[in-house]
Each structure stands twice: as structure tokens, then as C-alpha cells.
Ligand binder design. Structure first.
Ligand SMILES: Cc1cc2nc3c(=O)[nH]c(=O)nc-3n(C[C@H](O)[C@H](O)[C@H](O)COP(=O)(O)OP(=O)(O)OC[C@H]3O[C@@H](n4cnc5c(N)ncnc54)[C@H](O)[C@@H]3O)c2cc1C
Length: 458
């Protein structure tokens, strides 16, 4: 094998990192510090030729592979024990045409890099809320964030992908060419090939009226009901995710609230600025809130607002549900667990996936949950490995308690390794069609380190 690795080293522009190398531990570390996976080879690709060479190398030598872009996957699906990691994090090409609003983005870009570049042109790509997340994984799983109600998921703004298939071919997938593949890539994750570039249509958003607002935990029931009713009939310009949390003991939070359990909403209003105060009048009158940080802010800063609170290297365990409605019992159960978050970083968020997300049908893309109103994520997080069990158990118990009120399945980007039934439940009626596409483009399941859709032969 040494000989073959030496050969690959000479043929690619990127770098190969092996267990004996000084930078091996750094190269195998990912966002979630709970994950400790030891690959045999990490290939940091520089360009698409590197990706093709590495795929051919792994296939010929029968080495299992994983794909890494931003390394944010909670379950650690960027890495594989004893296998080869195809690491795309150095592929950072990013080109924006402000006239057509078209962006060509390579998968190694993080969301903060994309946000900074699009903001320069008064444009934005609807995507996630933490800047260190990688474009590759978030896009292929769907892409939920502050602009979802206004402009849909990240995949709803995707026009085309360039993909390296398991056989080493580089193909284009869009609505006319390899349309079946393009359909599957929009929600089907890394099952079908390695996307080496994404083409998006950006939207016009620059500065927004946004930020967090908190209420005392004792008001949680009223606050959830108020939030539910005000967002139900709001225009798609108003977005807000509800959360249970502990106030971080740091500026800019007022000291008398530090370490207190609260509930709150992080809002994002993208409508006409002169209407913002009017839109927020009833919201501000409710309660009133004990903390109100809603104001003018650049979209790119809203997206990075919680980056410092959630740096890479924390212990993470999360679970997720799709939620259609908040019944009395669901609210009570959420308050039971939400008012007892086990650590300052742990939380639950209700991410809205209504508005423009519902403009597409459940079988228009592989992402099958267009009738849900929220993707709820329950996150157990702590810096100290000694607290890993504590945050994990809270998360699992909360998740189990909510099952009667959930729709089944979950957003694949918020899933751990939860088994094949969960994956099928998440893709629902789209699963069989995904199997057909998988069988056509990756019949041997070469790309299997993901929320795996098994080809027909397996
Ligand atoms: C702190 C945090 C905040 C998050 N916030 C959001 C959010 O606001 N909205 C949201 O929707 N999600 C969010 N997520 C979830 C996120 O979408 C997933 O973790 C996603 O997998 C991250 O993408 P990545 O490229 O960083 O992942 P990686 O760990 O690098 O990759 C994960 C998987 O994605 C696939 N993949 C990645 N790149 C490619 C590629 N180029 N071609 C083919 N397959 C590929 C592979 O199957 C790989 O196993 C968040 C995650 C974290 C940890």
C-alpha cells in the first residue's frame, strides 16, 4: 500500500496525511469533540482532479472512504476508522456574478466565508446559522436557517452541481442534465457522489432587523403559545426560532440574567425597514421581554452571532424531530425538559420550515418534509468530556418524550447514527426513488459513510 500512496502523492496537488504525521491529530479533529475516529489516510484535495484521482485510488485499492467539507456533522460522518478521508476543506473557490446573482461555490467554503462574500454585493444565500459549518454537508442535507421562510432551503436556491461519481466520472447535475441525480442531491446528502462545485441563485438581502429576545422561564407556556400564533399568520419576511436556554454569563447579556433559565426567540425580519417597529410592536408588548436585542444588523453578522458561544471542540449530542403543531401536551413536555437544560451550552431550537419551504412539494426534491412547520433540534453540549453522558442522556430522554407529538423521521443533518428505519422515516415516500438513483449512480455503495440510502443490491 505504501507504494500506491507514494504514487497518489505524486499525482495530486493536495496533501496526504498519515497517522505518523505531526498534523494527523489536527487533520482528523472535527467540530464535535465527542468523536474520536482514526482514519488510515486523509487526502486534502486542492481541486477536482485531486478528487477524481483519490476516488479512483480508493476504488482500485478497495479502501472505504468518507467525505469531509466543514467537518460539522454531529455524528462524525466526515471521518472513517481505518479508511480514507476525502477532505475538501481546502477547496475554497467562490465566484459571484452580482449582475445575474449567480454564485459558484466550492464545498470547502464555510458559511461565514460565503456570507462575507455575498454581503459585499448586497446578496445572501439562505443557509445555516453557525459560520463554521461547511457548504458541502449543509447544502446536500437541505439547509435550514434565518432565511428559510423568505426564500426556502439552501437546496431551493441550488441550480446545478458538478459531481465526481464513484466510477471517477465528473458529471453535471441540473434540471435538464442528469435530472434524477439533481433531484436526489437536493436533500439526499453525500450518497451519490462528491459535489465539487455548487451553483446557486442568490437573493437580495443585506441588512436586517433581527436578534434575540428572552422571557422568564415561568412565562414559557404563554410565550410558546404567543410565538406559535404570531408566526402562524406572519408574512414570510418574519422569521423566529423559539428556544429554551440558559443565559451565558458574559457580555452583552445583562449580568442579572447570567446563568438563568429562560425561553426566547431569535428573530429575523427582512421586510421594509420602515415597517419593522410596527411588526415588532405586538411582540414587544407581549410579556414584556426581559431582554430585547432586536435591532439593525448586517445579515452576515446575524448568521455569525453565536459562533463565539459554539466554537469547535465542544462535546455534542443531538437529536431532532419534525413538528407540525404545538399541542397543549407538546408544550408541557417541552417545558418539562426545556426548563432543565443540563448545561449552559445545551438548548433546543424550533427552526421554522414553513413559508417558502412549503412552496415546493414533498417530492419536488429528495427533502421529503415540506408539510412540517418546524425542524426541532435538541442539543446536549458541554466543553467538559466528563459531562458527555449528562448532556447525552438529557437529549435522548427529551427526544423520547417528544415522540408522540412528532411527525416521524428527522432532518438528516441533525441526526446521529440512528439506524436504517430512521433514515427511511426521514425520506418517507421519496426513499424508494432515492434507492433507484443510488443504484444507478453508486451501485456498490462506495459512498456509504452518510445517512445511508442502500442501493438495490444491498
Ligand atoms: C454548530 C452547528 C450548527 C449547525 N447549524 C445548522 C443550521 O443552522 N442549519 C442546518 O441546516 N444545519 C445546521 N447544522 C447541521 C449541518 O448541516 C450538518 O452538520 C452538515 O453535515 C455540516 O456540513 P459539513 O460540510 O460541515 O459536514 P461534514 O462533517 O464535513 O460532512 C458531513 C457529510 O456531508 C456529506 N458531504 C459533505 N460535503 C460533501 C460534498 N462536497 N459532496 C458530497 N457529500 C458531502 C458527506 O456525506 C459527509 O459525511 C449545524 C451543525 C452544527 C454542528
Amino acid at each position: 500500500m505504501r507504494e500506491q500512496i507514494t504514487q497518489l502523492k505524486t499525482s495530486i496537488d493536495g496533501t496526504i496525511i498519515l497517522p505518523e504525521d505531526d498534523n494527523y491529530n489536527e487533520a482528523r479533529s472535527i467540530y464535535n469533540a465527542m468523536i474520536d475516529i482514526k482514519p488510515a489516510i486523509i487526502v486534502k484535495c486542492k481541486d477536482v482532479v485531486d478528487v477524481v484521482d483519490t476516488v479512483n485510488f480508493a476504488r482500485k485499492n478497495k479502501i472505504e472512504v468518507s467525505i469531509r467539507s466543514g467537518g460539522h456533522n454531529g455524528a462524525g460522518l466526515a471521518l472513517i476508522d481505518d479508511g480514507l478521508v476525502i477532505d475538501l476543506s481546502d477547496m475554497k473557490g467562490l465566484n459571484i456574478d452580482p449582475t445575474t446573482k449567480i454564485a459558484i461555490i466550492e464545498p470547502g467554503n464555510t458559511l461565514s466565508e460565503v456570507d462575507a462574500a455575498t454581503y459585499e454585493h448586497g446578496l445572501a444565500l439562505p443557509s445555516g446559522i453557525i459560520g463554521t459549518t461547511g457548504m458541502g454537508g449543509i447544502t446536500l442535507g437541505g439547509g435550514i436557517g434565518y432565511l428559510s421562510r423568505k426564500a426556502g432551503l439552501t437546496i431551493d436556491n441550488l441550480l446545478e452541481c458538478k459531481v465526481v461519481l464513484a466510477n471517477g466520472d465528473l458529471v453535471t447535475a441540473n434540471k435538464d442534465t442528469n435530472a434524477d441525480l439533481f433531484w436526489a442531491l437536493r436533500g439526499g446528502g453525500g450518497n451519490f457522489g462528491i459535489v465539487v462545485s455548487f451553483k446557486f441563485e442568490l437573493i437580495e438581502v443585506k441588512d436586517v432587523y433581527a436578534g434575540p429576545m428572552f422571557w422568564p422561564i415561568e412565562m414559557a407556556e404563554e410565550a410558546m403559545k404567543f410565538y406559535d400564533s404570531i408566526t402562524k399568520n406572519a408574512s414570510n419576511d418574519l422569521y423566529g426560532f423559539f428556544a429554551f436556554l440558559i443565559v451565558p454569563p458574559a457580555e452583552p447579556f445583562p449580568e442579572h440574567l447570567w446563568n438563568k433559565n429562560v425561553c426566547g426567540v431569535v428573530w429575523n425580519y427582512t421586510g421594509p425597514r420602515e415597517k419593522a417597529k410596527e411588526v415588532f410592536k405586538p411582540i414587544r408588548e407581549f410579556g414584556p421581554p426581559i431582554m430585547d436585542f432586536v435591532g439593525d444588523i448586517p445579515m452576515k453578522n446575524l448568521n455569525g452571532m453565536f459562533d463565539a458561544l459554539y466554537p469547535p471542540g465542544l462535546q455534542w449530542y443531538w437529536r431532532a424531530h419534525y413538528i407540525k403543531e404545538l399541542s397543549e401536551d407538546a408544550i408541557k413536555t417541552n417545558i418539562d425538559y426545556g426548563s432543565k437544560v443540563p448545561s449552559m451550552h445545551s438548548t433546543t431550537h424550533f427552526y421554522p420550515i414553513d413559508g417558502r419551504v412549503h412552496a415546493k412539494g414533498s417530492d419536488d426534491t429528495a427533502w421529503a418534509n415540506r408539510e412540517a412547520r418546524w425542524s426541532q433540534v435538541i442539543v446536549g453540549v458541554d466543553p467538559d468530556p466528563a459531562n458527555a453522558d449528562k448532556v447525552t442522556n438529557w437529549c435522548k430522554n427529551y427526544f423520547d418524550a417528544l415522540k408522540p407529538y412528532a411527525m416521524g423521521g428527522a432532518y438528516v443533518n441533525f441526526m446521529m447514527n440512528e439506524g436504517q428505519d430512521r433514515i427511511k422515516a426521514s425520506y418517507k415516500d421519496n426513499y424508494d426513488r432515492l434507492v433507484k438513483v443510488k443504484t444507478k449512480y453508486d451501485p456498490t455503495n462506495f459512498f456509504h459513510v452518510n445517512q445511508n440510502i442502500k442501493p438495490g443490491s444491498e
